[in-house]
Design a protein around this ligand. Sequence first.
Ligand code: IDP
Ligand code: MG
Length: 135
Amino acid sequence: MEKTLFFIKPDAVKRNLVGKIITRVEDSGFRLGNLTLVKLKKEGAEEFYQIHKGKEFFDKLIESVSSGPVVAMVLEKDNAVKDLRELVGATDPQKAKKGSIRSDFGLDVTRNSCHASDSPKNAPDEILFFFPEKD
Ligand code: IDP
Ligand code: MG
C-alpha cells in the first residue's frame, strides 16, 4: 500500500468543493490515512514549494496557497502517487484531461484546486510537512 500527499487548495475550499473532491478521491479507491484543515503561513508555503523558488509564477503561487485554509490528507492505495496524479490531471486545468479534478474544478493554472505529490520519492517528505508526528 503506497501513501501520497494530497491537499485541496484555498481556491477550492473557498468555493465549498471539499466534499465533492474528497468523494471523487474515495470513489477512485483511495483510503484516507490522515486529514487536517490548516492555513499555511507564507513562510510555510514557501518551504513546501521551495523547488519552485525563483520561477516567475512563484510569488503568485505562494500568495494563492496561503490565502486561506487548505485541506491536506494522506491517501493510501496501491500505486497511490501515480493514480492520484492521473485523477488530478495536468497542472493547467484547460489542458487537464476531461473528467479530472483540475479540469472540472480548477479556475486557472494558479488556482487549480489541488496538489498531489509528483513522485514516490517526494511523497514521504510532503506527508511529513503536514503530519510531522504520524505516517
Ligand atoms: P503540479 O501541481 O501539477 O505538480 P508544479 O509544476 O509542481 O505543478 O507547480 C506547482 C504549482 O505551481 C501548480 O500546481 C500551479 O498552481 C503553479 N504553477 C505551475 N506552473 C505554473 C505556471 O506556469 N503559471 C502559474 N502557476 C503555475
Ligand atoms: Mg508539483
